[in-house]
Design a protein around this ligand. Structure first.
Ligand SMILES: Nc1ncnc2c1ncn2[C@@H]1O[C@H](COP(=O)(O)OP(=O)(O)OP(=O)(O)O)[C@@H](O)[C@H]1O
Ligand SMILES: [Mg+2]
Length: 432
């Protein structure tokens, strides 16, 4: 068959993205050939979907197997066309093809193809690939579109699996980090506890030691006293000396045992026992008023004044006892550390609600805290009043109560010569 030029096109590639990459049929007939020859060609190649028909060097149209057979099977169709030139049959039917440039994407081609009216939407399309053109079956186009979609879905699934894996890895890393952090916190706590125990032993050693010496001394003198008494050789001056010693010793014992007792009391508070605290609902302002009333005598005695600012109606569900302990400790500190003797200061307590929290501030206009001490004030046993009644446990206890019992935070701002202010922010509602 001279007039038919058949070129075998490349097999469709799995990854075809444009119509030019798909399998195209290149069977071309000249419009002058007999329709019988064309039919023969279609009968010989059962797969051939359509052919291109040319006339005078240009494309006249695309003749599909379906249109050809439909036309020939019409009454008299075969008689009219079979022995005549193909151009006559072409003139009788609509063979104007949808023409697509080779670089048209599969998705766009499908869209154009199915947009054609009715039956025509399944007619083959003509792809222009450089100088040559080829016919493309719509079902091939649709199969490729389906396979592309499938690949996209598959790629998405793979991506999802990858994302899932990354998320799992992240979670594991996070767990490890959290464990490491917990261990660190634990070991820090243990170290702090060790320090605390050593500190307790050291602190308590002094008053207990002094009391022990005093009681030993008193014991010895008492024995001598009893002996002199039994042997009837006691002088009046001996009696006087013993009574004086007994008085002194009792004083020493009392002072030092009291000091030891106070230390033990503080140590007990260091380990904040949350369960023993009373958890209840209370209105902040009235509670602070009561607290101020109980602190006022101490403040007045030291020659200072205490002010309080708090809006009415702030309701808390928390540990009022713990809060009172924090605030009275801070006020006591201001009295003890902020002012020189004879200076009249002003200590201000303010409470401001901020969303679900309340911010409590205790500030003084005293001497301030030296910058190098600021980072150590919460350390157990840090005090600038050693030997003058300071144990250095006050702020350590305050810190523990605020962060653990009251689930909040505390910060300190201080400027030498201007004053110090402690700010505790705690939630309004905390569970028991
Ligand atoms: N308002 C303040 N003004 C100046 N210095 C302060 C103030 N509050 C605390 N400090 C400093 O912080 C230190 C630590 O305070 P903390 O309450 O822990 O111990 P302390 O008051 O010395 O002893 P304790 O409270 O155990 O009797 C104090 O010794 C003092 O130097
Ligand atoms: Mg203190």
């Amino acid at each position: 068959m001279d007039s038919a030029i058949s070129v075998s096109a490349a097999r469709p590639r799995q990854t075809a993205a444009t119509v030019g990459e798909l399998h195209l049929w290149d069977v071309v007939f000249d419009a002058r050939v007999r329709t019988a020859d064309v039919e023969q060609c279609f009968l010989a190649d059962r797969d051939l979907p359509a052919c291109i028909v040319r006339a005078d060097g240009r494309i006249l149209g695309v003749l599909s197997r379906k249109s050809l057979l439909a036309e020939l099977s019409k009454p008299l169709g075969r008689d009219i066309y079979i022995k005549r030139p193909l151009s006559q049959l072409m003139a009788a039917i609509d063979t104007d093809p949808l023409v697509l440039p080779a670089e048209t994407t599969i998705a766009a081609a499908v869209e154009h193809a199915v947009a054609r009216p009715g039956e025509r939407s399944y007619e083959p399309v003509l792809v222009e690939r450089g100088a040559s053109s080829g016919v493309l079956e719509v079902n091939v186009l649709m199969r490729m579109q389906a396979s592309l979609l499938e690949q996209a879905v598959h790629a998405k699934d793979e991506l999802l699996v990858e994302v899932q894996r990354t998320a799992d890895e992240l979670r594991t890393t996070l767990d490890t980090l959290e464990q490491a952090r917990d261990r660190l916190v634990q070991s820090e706590k243990m170290a702090a506890l060790g320090q605390l125990v050593a500190g307790v032993a050291h602190e308590i050693n002094t008053p207990i030691g002094v009391a022990l010496t005093a009681s030993t001394h008193l014991g010895e003198r008492t024995r001598e006293f009893r002996q002199a008494f039994t042997e009837n050789r006691m002088k009046r001056s001996d009696l006087q000396a013993y009574v004086d010693l007994a008085g002194d010793s009792a004083g020493l014992l009392h002072y030092n045992l009291q000091r030891a007792a106070k230390l033990i009391q503080s140590f007990k508070q260091v380990a904040v026992d949350q369960t023993s605290e009373q958890h209840r609902n209370f209105e902040l302002r009235s509670y602070l008023e009561q607290l101020i009333a109980s602190l006022a005598p101490e403040v007045r005695k030291a020659g200072h004044s205490l002010t309080m600012t708090c809006a009415e109606g702030i309701q808390l569900t928390s540990y009022p006892g713990a809060l009172a302990q924090v605030l009275s400790n801070l006020v006591s500190n201001a009295i003890a550390h902020a002012y020189d003797r004879g200076t009249a200061g002003t200590i201000a307590l303010t409470a401001v609600q901020d969303g679900g929290n309340v911010t409590l501030t205790v500030s003084d206009n005293g001497r301030g805290i030296a910058p190098e001490n600021l980072s150590r004030i919460y350390d157990p046993f840090f005090t600038t009043k050693r030997g003058e009644g300071g144990s250095g446990l006050g702020l350590h206890i305050v810190f523990n109560i605020v962060t653990e019992t009251l689930r909040g935070q505390i910060t300190c701002q201080s400027t030498l010569g201007v004053g110090t202010s402690f700010t505790a922010t705690i939630p309004l509602q905390i569970p028991q």
